[in-house]
Design a protein around this ligand. Structure first.
Ligand code: C2O
Length: 343
């Protein structure tokens, strides 16, 4: 059977997975009894997600304005910035049990729910921001870390006076080339070597190391299963490397980007994940006539709950998340240099 959405009224303490200690921080969302089955609205105008390195001053202003407004919402409004960050903590740090299995947590990482969960999460985050600035075309910026032109923290995130700034980042990495193979120590490679390695990593996790759908999407995870059956290439590779590379080693536990419970507090998280989301789209496009999606009902009918831009609690299904176009957004087209990076 598919994973069911959590019962918000049973949300409990979360665990810092980096240390195994219980968090003395409550990341549970507001509770309501009214749950609406979400219908994807028919897109009228597409939202446009730009490369974060290529945006205009006007866009940066607009995005910051939206985040300011999100931060200014009442603390108990589920659309509030901290509440949005807490979504990641609740779904990823063991605050929810599986419905019907008190001994089993819900964990959306390290399994086939990774891409669909994060897509839905960003979908509502984006709609809330767009709503706050009255712009139904607003799209999140993606951090194009798979392209040499995007392999640094996008400059707009380094403005310490802006709403999207976060001081809890690795101070040695603010302007350096990202290492998509990072696991906690700087490699000592030259920037040119790092770029080359990054492109090889991308080619491997998008093409060379992927034969069957599970290889990319992650392993099956159904109702009654233990957490962490296994991540796909992209989640395990570039995705995790960017988190660890971005987290602040001065903090006790990799905060913010480098720990599940805190990652959503850094606005960079949403641009990182917008690119992870883009990888799902690119990978599907690369499949040609090979199957792109699991046909297993336990994947298609797996579901989550989120608060939408009108603060209504909605139940969403994995099957409604397979096409970004059907969800009403597209990505800026940029070069994909790793495509031809067959070693
Ligand atoms: Cu839910 Cu990048 O982690």
């Amino acid at each position: 059977a598919p994973i069911q959405p959590p019962d918000l009224s049973k949300c409990g303490p979360a665990t810092n997975l980096n240390t195994g200690q219980q968090l003395d921080y409550n990341c549970c969302p507001p509770v309501t009894n009214r749950i609406i089955d979400y219908q994807l609205p028919r897109p009228t105008v597409m939202r446009f997600r730009p490369s974060a390195h290529l945006v205009t001053k006007d866009y940066i202003f607009k995005y910051n304005r939206a985040v300011e407004l999100m931060k200014a919402l009442p603390a108990d409004d589920p659309r509030n910035y901290t509440q949005q960050a807490n979504i990641h903590c609740a779904y990823c740090n063991g605050a929810y049990d599986q419905v019907g299995f008190q001994d089993l947590d819900i964990q959306v990482h390290n399994c086939w729910l990774f891409f669909p969960f994060h897509r839905w999460y960003l979908y509502f985050y984006e709609r809330i921001l767009g709503n706050l600035i009255g712009d139904p075309t607003f799209g999140l910026p993606f951090w194009n870390w798979d392209n040499p032109q995007g392999m640094t923290i996008p400059p707009m995130f380094n403005n310490s006076r802006s709403a999207i700034y976060d001081e809890k980042r690795n101070q040695n990495h603010l302007t350096s080339i990202i290492d998509l193979g990072y696991n906690g120590t700087d490699s000592g490679n030259t920037p040119l070597q790092t770029v080359g390695n990054n492109l090889n990593i991308m080619y491997s996790e998008m093409i060379r190391n992927v034969k069957v759908i599970e290889d990319f999407m992650g392993q099956p995870y159904r109702a009654g299963d233990a957490v962490n059956p296994g991540p796909g290439t992209s989640e395990r590779g570039s995705h995790t490397a960017v988190h660890i590379w971005g987290g602040d080693p001065r903090q006790p536990s990799g905060e913010n980007l480098g720990n599940f419970y805190s990652a959503g507090r850094d606005s960079l998280f949403y641009s990182h994940h917008a690119n992870v989301d883009r990888m799902w789209k690119l990978w599907r496009d690369l499949r040609g006539s090979n199957p792109k999606d699991f046909t297993d009902r336990d994947w298609l009918n797996a579901s989550f709950v989120f608060y939408d831009e009108n603060a209504r609690l909605v139940r969403v299904k994995v099957s409604d998340s397979v096409s970004n176009e059907r969800m009403g957004y597209v990505f800026q087209k940029v070069d994909i240099p790793w495509l031809n990076n067959r070693p």
